[in-house]
Design a protein around this ligand. Structure first.
Ligand code: TAP
Length: 485
């Protein structure tokens, strides 16, 4: 750190760790209670910022997954399936309230297990998770308005597999609509971030949710595979990488399982020369450095109109010099730890490939802590369209900058990707925003903002970003069977 920066350093302001009671070990949550895995195996979950072991977590094998699916089936054909919709709504609402009541605890636990800054888990992840439960509670007795006929029915048992980047939030995207529609669920969190899902299991107990409505099976990829391939799972909901999404699609092809796949992205964040530059720079920073860039819809490709290239890049570099990287539990921290060593190695490999392809790497002066997994905010300029850092999802705090001259060229470059999850457009012209939105092959197009999420708004991709939507009426439809046919 330079002496100039040290002069303006803030005093540390860590959130209290005492807010959470992490147990030394956790079982699987099946049929409303915590149980030991059939073969007794377990794995450790660590804090990525310190490499400290946080807890020992049970690893579910096929017999455990089967037990969880059977518990979910019993609840579906039993109390949950027979319950009046208005009663079901009360449970979903109660879960929303409990997330709010225990928000501090959930935020601290998420930050410890994931490495993301406490400011983000406290101000974004947890409130948005609660908002998903509140929104979907309202749907439970209004399914006739989902656009699937007068009396749509739940699908049955949902097998849900989620990634590590927004553990509690992705859980809420999965569980809230499934329950509101009358399904029961078995959810597998990511191996590196199981703890908030296990605390959510305690909230289900606190809410007196009938046993088996929500089941949580922890484990690695093999547990997820056993879940999605289980013959008594009616609906598969997966969020994760495109490679695993393709494997799941192959595995369930030929079955009558319903499926939604929310996969990777390589979003273009497009800045025109008439954009409010200061605002755009904030949007660029939020687009790629929020959550260390571990965001499926991250604005990882910046497309800048040539006439404002120098102005945007100068301003961006100045702004990046003010970002604070370090202890995720410190409320002043902007950039936390990379979630795992494996992810750090992937970021290193791709950024090295970017340099080998001839792009120029830049990072602000930034001290990395010695313990834990860290990567500095990084900007690549002179990036060719075919370079790996322009084509592949890095899933880290790394921005690839390209330029364009005309709107047509911006559209062509933005769409030159196998993905199609999101995009951003920065311009003062409303007509240009609408024109661009109609041309961009992306599930979400943000105008003069980036990374905004709302449970009422459907979210999902085109092309290799997957299919199906989460949020809004479209998200509800993914958990319902039409009775029209
Ligand atoms: P993945 O490696 O695909 O893992 C996602 C989940 O699938 C994890 O729980 C993983 O278990 C499990 N899994 C691994 N192999 C499996 C298999 N063969 N069958 C069933 N489940 C399996 O992704 P990730 O690295 O955790 O997450 C990053 C990816 O998620 C990025 O590509 C990102 O873009 C995407 N993502 C997309 C969205 C949306 S909404 N489109 C949102 C967030 C993230 P383990 O972790 O235990 O191995």
């Amino acid at each position: 750190m330079t002496s100039e920066r040290r002069a303006f350093a803030y005093a540390p302001a860590p959130e209290s760790r005492a807010l959470v009671d992490i147990k030394p070990s956790y079982g699987l949550f099946v049929g409303g209670e915590f149980v030991d895995p059939a073969d007794g195996t377990s794995f450790k979950t660590i804090s990525p910022s310190s490499e400290e072991v946080l807890a020992e977590v049970a690893e579910a094998g096929p017999a455990d997954v089967d037990r969880a699916v059977r518990a979910a089936r019993r609840a579906f054909t039993g109390p949950w399936g027979r319950m009046r919709a208005a009663e079901r709504a009360k449970y979903v609402f109660r879960l929303a309230r409990l997330i709010q009541e225990r928000a501090r605890e959930l935020a601290v636990l998420e930050t410890l297990d994931n490495g993301k800054p406490i400011r983000e888990s406290r101000d974004v992840d947890v409130p948005t998770a609660a908002a998903h439960f509140f929104y979907h509670a309202g749907w439970a007795d209004k399914l006739a308005y989902a656009g699937l006929g007068p009396d749509p029915k739940p699908i049955g048992v949902a097998g849900q597999v989620i990634p590590w980047n927004f553990p509690l939030l992705m859980l809420s995207w999965k569980i809230a609509p499934a329950l509101a529609a009358g399904n029961t669920v078995v959810l597998k969190p990511a191996e590196t971030t199981p703890l908030t899902a296990l605390l959510f299991a305690e909230l289900c107990q606190q809410a007196d949710l009938p046993p088996g409505v929500v089941n949580i099976v922890t484990g690695a990829g093999a547990t997820g595979q056993a879940l999605v391939e289980h013959p008594d799972v009616d609906k598969v909901a997966f969020t994760g990488s495109t490679d695993v999404g393709k494997a799941i699609a192959r595995a369930i092809a030929g079955t009558d399982k319903r499926v939604t796949l929310e996969l990777g992205g390589k979003a273009a964040n497009i800045v025109f020369d008439d954009a409010p530059i200061d605002q755009a720079v904030e949007g660029i920073v939020n687009g790629i450095f929020f959550n260390q860039g571990h965001v499926c819809c991250a604005g990882s490709r910046l497309l800048v109109q040539e006439s404002v290239y120098d102005e945007v890049l100068d301003s961006l570099r100045r702004r990046l010099g003010t970002l604070r990287l370090g202890d995720p539990m410190d409320k002043n921290t902007d950039i936390g730890a990379i979630n795992s060593l494996a992810q750090l190695q992937r970021i290193r490999e791709l950024t090295d490939a970017g340099e080998a392809d001839g792009a120029e790497r830049w990072s602000p002066p930034c001290e990395l802590p010695e313990q834990g997994f860290w990567f500095p905010p990084t900007v690549f300029t002179g990036v060719g369209q075919s370079s790996r850092i322009a084509q592949e999802e890095i899933f880290g705090p790394v921005l690839s900058v390209l330029t364009f001259r005309t709107p047509d060229e911006a559209v062509a470059k933005a769409n030159n990707t196998p993905y199609g999850l999101s995009a951003g457009v920065w311009t003062e012209k409303g007509s240009r925003i609408l024109w661009m939105a109609s041309k961009l092959r992306a599930g979400v197009v943000w105008a003069n903002t980036f990374n905004r999420f709302d449970p009422t708004s459907p979210f999902g991709g085109y092309k290799e970003s997957g299919f199906g939507r989460e949020g809004g009426r479209q998200g509800m439809a993914a958990y319902l069977r039409s009775t029209d046919a």
